[in-house]
Design a protein around this ligand. Structure first.
Ligand code: BG6
Length: 282
């Protein structure tokens, strides 16, 4: 397969299809700088994307890797999960080497974002693809004269063959806030996380590596800069209430999110912050 970048139409949204010379591919929409597809060299789609997702300006895409910035969740004055996932980002660089392909997208403050969040910033998403690995990095520069404070996440929807048979290793003994129980602080006593009901957990300062048994290979998830992990599956009842998910959509996904959500990131004027989530199929 040749190395290439193509601008494509993805359900009506402009998107970049990236291919590395060694046979991996990804699709990223300009809307949200959102990775909506990742197929490693070994093949097979690795990200869940809801068949009922809207693909429209101003609306979040359900699935893939939504970029959550500058507010995680509903706690704060901004729209739920911030505005980055519903804005158009600009593709500022595309580059391929012998065994990788890389795209970079930027979002900067406008009168529209300032009306929601009075901050001067440049946010950048870098998607690096090659072999059986994908790296997604969010970097934020404070371009203003006052400190900025935000929460953020890469809200990754991992595709699993059947969620009840999926396993997540690497969180044993970790503390988490159970969002289904009023944010109660609990300790994960299980060797493996197995989903058999609604799961909505924020693990602050989580261990550095998790292994997801997807039913079609093992996905190794690591991160840098993002201290926390969120694990989410809405299960039957909550899924049925989501207009952008099929009633059984929850069975094909497990969100394992790299997050800076337990406490805000503070960036001084002229300084920057970055966080990365990496995936490797083994
Ligand atoms: C998760 C949250 O990160 O995102 C959940 O922990 C939330 O509480 C989920 O339901 C999905 O959010 P949204 O806004 O994309 O429906």
């Amino acid at each position: 397969m040749t190395t290439q970048f193509d601008t494509i139409d993805f359900h009506g949204l402009p998107a970049l299809r990236m291919r590395s010379a060694d046979g991996a591919s990804a699709i990223v929409t300009m809307h949200g700088a959102h990775v909506v597809s990742w197929q490693p060299k070994r093949g097979g789609e690795r990200l869940f994307l809801s068949e009922r997702s809207p693909f429209a300006t101003g609306k979040p895409i359900r699935g893939g890797i939504p970029v959550i910035f500058p507010q995680f969740g509903p706690d704060g004055p901004l729209p739920r999960h911030g505005f980055a996932r519903t804005r158009d980002w600009a593709l500022v660089d595309q580059h391929a080497g012998e065994d990788f392909a890389r795209g970079i997208w930027q979002l900067t403050n406008t009168a529209d974002t300032e009306a929601l969040w009075p901050a001067a910033f440049t946010a950048e998403i870098t998607v690096l693809l090659g072999g059986d690995r994908l790296d997604v990095e969010l970097a934020v520069d404070n371009t203003g004269t006052a400190s900025i404070s935000f929460t953020a996440a890469l809200h990754t929807y991992c595709k699993v063959r059947e969620v009840e048979l999926a396993t997540l290793d690497g969180l044993e003994g970790a503390r988490y806030r159970d969002q289904t129980q009023g944010k109660r602080l609990l300790t994960d006593g299980d060797e493996q996380l197995v989903v058999s009901g609604e799961v909505d957990r924020l693990y602050p300062d989580a261990p550095p590596e998790q292994v997801l048994g997807t039913g079609d290979g093992k996905l190794i998830l690591t991160r840098e800069g993002f201290p926390d992990i969120v694990v989410w599956n809405p299960w039957e009842e909550k899924c049925a209430a989501l207009a952008d998910m099929a009633p059984d959509g929850f069975r094909g996904m497990l969100c394992v999110e790299a997050a800076a959500a337990a406490k805000p990131v503070i960036v001084a004027p002229g300084e920057s912050w970055s966080g990365r989530q990496s995936f490797e199929l083994r």
